[in-house]
Design a protein around this ligand. Sequence first.
Ligand code: DX5
Ligand code: ZN
Length: 228
Amino acid sequence: MIAPSMLAADFARLADEAAAVAGSPGEGADWLHIDVMDAHFVPNLTFGLPVVEALLKATSVPLDCHLMIDDPDRWAVGYAEAGAYNVTVHAEAARDPVGLAKDLRAAGARAGLSVKPGTPLEPYLETLRHYDTLLVMSVEPGFGGQSFMPEVLDKVRSVRRMVDTGHLRLLVEIDGGINADTIEAAAEAGVDCFVAGSAVYGASDPARAVRALRERARGASPHRSWTA
Ligand code: DX5
Ligand code: ZN
């Protein structure tokens, strides 16, 4: 699955930018990745719930909301109630991640947990039983256009093993520095869903960039669960 990040889109034309990657089913973007930043959890400020609500009306592509915010226990459920498909909170910011996952699911969304590059997975293995997606950050969160950190693929490999052996049931997402040069290594490690900002919206033809990324990932992936 490919999830273009609207962080790299033209903020004055978000509906058009969503349409530019929507495509037909199986060809266009699977999800649209929406980076919500609060200038506290990360040193950058983007958009919040009102913009997400407007986008939900403007596109039928499922929204994958990545909340880089303090106090997600207070704010995340609003995104699920609004209709976001997947709502991801940061493990470093959530006070009660298990309770939060339950609330997100009860509000009708999938629940996602994200870890920064330096955050180990081990303390969260029990917590992850309550989540539908794990978003492994492959750059420090806050900005697009940074270089991919290949060392995070160890976390991808270990969670992939746990999913393949039935110890966890979730979709593995990667975010940061994904492009034509890095997506194959991530696919080989076992990623299911690839977030890409500058590699999609920095391209002259974003829809074509989505197709090209998917082809590369498909060629390198030993896992086929996401091809359906
Ligand atoms: C960074 C964001 C990413 C960002 C990725 O904090 O979470 O989603 O948009 O951008 P690229 O693909 O340019 O690294
Ligand atoms: Zn993101």
